[in-house]
Design a protein around this ligand. Structure first.
Ligand SMILES: *[C@@H]1O[C@H](CO)[C@@H](O)[C@H](O)[C@H]1NC(C)=O
Ligand SMILES: *[C@@H]1O[C@H](CO)[C@@H](O)[C@H](O)[C@H]1NC(C)=O
Ligand SMILES: O=C(O)CCC(=O)C(=O)O
Length: 247
């Protein structure tokens, strides 16, 4: 379908705090243990991806590789689907031609193209978890402006690292789950039924009771999303993010 028209940003709310390269202990005591979101700056400045990654680079290193692509603005839409296609087809049909929304959102990309993995680093803070480094799931999120990840929660801690482009992000505490109206079905039970930026308050009256934090995640910033913390993500332009799920 046609691209969604750009929407105005919502009213200001509580901003997510920002920190520059906190010590492991400071991060653990003030954010990990109390399970508070925070934006980390300065941590990924020297990752090679910051200088190397671009649309041309992906075309070059991965153009002929076949990957699953999500078609449609959001995975809760009726017309949303997944399709296998080459990275070069994805780039020409969904990145260059700005009339369709397609999202390359997947975890196999870094196993499929090991070259890309050398351009990123697992954040040191992950060593504060109990899991092994091998158990960390690294996801790629590559798409044009207008991709939306509906409000949902995941079962692990997350570092969402922004390589290029900006993303508008809203966060709601797990303590507010009942005001977020999770879907009833098993498959979508960790996704909210509410369209965060255009809520139906007749159907979901208690949604306004839920307090939220928000930020615009900029290139070079890493957002810590605690386990089960609800997050909604909309890309503001061509964007590449890498997420690290760890425990
Ligand atoms: C939802 O929960 C399931 C099981 O807890 C998990 O595997 C999945 O990654 C979660 N997130 C989404 C978006 O489905
Ligand atoms: C809204 O919250 C109130 C009080 O917490 C509860 O009694 C009511 O059932 C909720 N309504 C809906 C539609 O979820
Ligand atoms: O960037 C996005 O669109 C969604 C990211 C996300 O949901 C995640 O990292 O768990």
């Amino acid at each position: 379908g046609p691209a969604l028209p750009p929407r105005a940003l919502p009213a200001p709310s509580r901003a997510v705090p920002h920190l520059h390269c906190p010590s492991l202990q400071h991060f653990r005591d003030n954010y990990l243990i109390p399970q508070r979101p925070v934006v980390l700056e300065g941590v990924m400045d020297h990752w090679p991806c910051m200088k190397k990654w671009s649309v041309d680079y992906f075309w070059e290193v991965a153009g002929c590789r076949t990957v699953p692509v999500e078609l449609g603005a959001r995975y809760t839409d009726e017309e949303w689907s997944q399709q296998l296609m080459t990275v070069s087809d994805f780039i020409s049909q969904y990145i260059m031609a700005e009339n369709n929304i397609g999202y390359l959102a997947q975890h196999q990309l870094f196993d499929q193209i090991p070259e890309l993995k050398e351009d990123i680093t697992i954040p040191d803070y992950c060593c504060l978890g109990e899991g092994e480094e091998d158990d960390i799931t690294i996801n790629a999120w590559f798409g044009p402006g207008g991709t939306i990840s509906p409000l949902h929660q995941d079962p692990q801690q997350n570092f969402l690292a922004q390589v290029f482009g900006r993303k508008y992000i809203r966060l709601y505490s797990p303590q507010d789950s009942e005001n977020l109206y999770p879907h009833e079905s098993q498959i979508l039970h960790n996704t909210s039924q509410v369209d965060v930026e255009d809520p139906d308050l007749v159907k979901f009256p208690n949604f306004t009771k839920a307090a939220f934090q928000s930020c615009i995640l900029m290139p070079g910033q890493i957002l810590f999303i605690p386990v089960k913390y609800w997050h909604y993500v909309r890309s503001l332009e061509l964007s590449f993010s890498v997420s690290f799920w760890w425990s």
